[in-house]
Design a protein. Structure first.
Ligand code: HXC
Length: 512
């Protein structure tokens, strides 16, 4: 063979991964191959591969006779909708996509380039974990990746798609990245698999029940997004990318937008007359944002708070909204964690924050206290206090107790605070308040029941409105619901060049 033919031959081998039989096996499991996934993810003809000819260096267990160019991972760069990204795609057809020393080096190489050149990294994970034949060098390879994930955190977006097994310490690289999307039925994540679980705890559990997509999107919150198959997963991740800038120094993506009739009448009838009735806060979100632009994150986890990206007059914003339709929108351990993480992501990447507030307070009870609602609630408080991006709050109804402070109040640095006329801003609900502060009066009244009703009304008349807060300047304006969109467009435009720096420090100590 001449030199040109040798190269052609090697590239052909690299394209074939572990061979046709293993490719067929991958398809039989309803999974695409590493290269098929890249074809769908990246703009046509934009992918440039790096390291296609890399080979592993292990010699034990007959490995010196087994070589597949690329060593189980396809790495490189390309574009998605014209924007540069770096990517690795693990090839399950080669040693189960397991991570060898050289496989790790390839991933580290593109991570270093992404960091230096200020572009996102997307990881398509499909791997049996550490290459068992290699021992400690493969463990070291994982640690090299974890180190880079952490150094790059907050500098460039890092997105993980889990498209097959992800077990052992391997889960910690995705866990450090910004978003995890899992494919239903074909992916799972756990630190120790069902066999080890059985040995140690005698518990029998399937891979799916231990660490499948539904477990992690509903129970643990490890997965931010799920998709029905590889194709949907790839489309979803492209959409997510469209809301976020390339790096921490870039402005948020902005689409051209012509202002039309910005009054949204439908907002006027969403909050029920009876303050104890639920409504779906997403209807308020839809009423405010550009049509069809809401991209919800963590939809099935802690549904008492809703978080996600949207566009307002073409510009990306992050939304954090209490959800009165679930547990009356209380703040609890999980919803605080969910919102805190989202706020920190948005703040890292210059994405302005809109908070929609209807919160009766923190959830009481032993379960919450024993699971550290103090520390977890403080995470959300800290995340808002620390955020320097433009921050606007709209109180649609209840803003009670400590939750009033936490949910992006003026006192903790919000730039603009609006309230609808239906807002109630108080230490607690009128009934609870009356029972405490008028306890003796009610007890000694001829008709205690009627006395409670009277006192409840007295308290509500004074505090169940936004005007006391507006008199103090804690609320900048009380606005009609239908005006909300236009008020927000103007306020975010006014805040576009906001500069606010934190005191000089190495880093803060968020209550983790
Ligand atoms: C080397 C591996 C491998 C691994 C799979 N293979 N995992 N080779 N190292 N870790 C190989 C298999 O030998 C097989 O090769 C091919 O990949 C496909 O694997 P199958 O078992 O046939 O596929 P499947 O039935 O789909 O099962 C996939 C699997 C299973 C669930 C991932 O292979 C498995 O349990 N693998 C081991 C997982 C594991 O314990 N990894 C270590 C985790 S600890 P052939 O030639 O037969 O096709 C860890 C520590 C990291 O990762 C620490 C970081 C801090």
């Amino acid at each position: 063979m001449n030199k040109r033919e040798i190269l052609d031959q090697k590239m052909k081998e690299a394209q074939m991964g572990g061979g046709q039989k293993r490719i067929d096996a991958q398809h039989a499991k309803n999974k695409l191959t590493a290269r098929e996934r890249l074809d769908l993810l990246l703009d046509k003809n934009s992918f440039e591969e790096i390291g296609a000819l890399v080979k592993h260096r292990s010699t034990d267990f007959g490995m010196d006779k087994l070589h597949y160019p690329g060593d189980g991972v396809v790495t490189g760069y390309g574009t998605i909708n014209g924007r540069l990204i770096y990517v690795f795609s693990q090839d399950f057809t080669v040693f189960g996509g397991s991570l060898s020393e050289t496989h790790a080096e390839k991933i580290c190489k593109i991570m270093d380039m992404a960091l230096q050149n200020g572009a996102p990294v997307i990881g398509l994970n499909d791997s049996g974990g550490a290459r068992i034949q290699e021992g400690v060098v493969s463990l070291g390879g994982y640690a090299d990746i974890f180190y880079r994930n952490t150094r790059a955190s907050g500098v460039i977006p890092q997105l993980s798609l889990i498209m097959g097994p992800c077990a052992g310490g391997a889960v910690y690289s995705p866990a450090i990245t910004d978003f995890i999307l899992m494919v239903e039925d074909t992916s799972y994540m756990f630190v120790t698999g069902p066999n080890v679980v059985k040995t140690v705890t005698n518990e029998e559990v399937s891979s799916e029940d231990l660490g499948g997509a539904s477990v992690h999107s509903e129970k643990s919150g490890v997965a931010h997004l799920t998709a029905a198959n590889d194709l949907e997963a790839i489309e979803d991740i492209k959409k997510l990318l469209s809301y976020i800038p390339q790096n921490c120094e870039e402005d948020v993506p902005s689409l051209p937008y012509t202002i039309n009739q910005e009054i949204r009448e439908e907002l006027a009838t969403i909050v029920p007359e009876n303050p104890n009735l639920p409504y779906d806060i997403r209807d308020v979100v839809f009423g405010i944002i550009d049509h069809d632009t809401f991209y919800e994150i963590h939809k099935n986890f802690a549904p008492n708070i809703v978080v996600g990206f949207a566009r307002l007059a073409g510009r990306s914003i992050g939304i954090v909204a209490n959800q009165p339709a679930y547990l009356a929108g209380v703040l609890d351990v999980q919803s605080s964690q969910k919102a805190a993480r989202f706020v920190r992501f948005c703040d890292s990447f210059n994405i302005p924050l809109l908070v929609l507030e209807d919160v009766p307070g923190f959830l009481p009870g032993t379960d919450q206290e024993w699971n550290a609602i103090i520390t977890n609630g403080a995470k959300l408080l800290y995340a808002f206090c620390e955020a320097t991006v433009p921050r606007i709050t709209v109180i649609t109804r209840k803003a009670y107790g400590g939750a009033y402070d936490v949910m992006n109040s003026k006192h903790i640095g919000a730039d603009m605070n609006f309230a609808w006329p239906s807002a109630e801003i108080a230490v607690m609900g009128a009934k609870g308040a009356a029972e405490i502060i008028f306890k003796n009066e009610i007890k000694s009244a001829k008709n205690p029941e009627q006395a409670l009703i009277n006192k409840e009304k007295e308290y509500a008349d004074i505090f169940a409105n936004p005007y006391r807060a507006a008199e103090r300047g804690f609320i900048d304006d009380v606005i009609q619901p239908e005006q909300t969109r236009v008020k927000l467009i103007k306020a975010f435009a006014m805040l576009e060049n906001k500069v606010n720096t934190l005191p000089k420090k190495k880093h803060g100590n968020i209550p983790l």
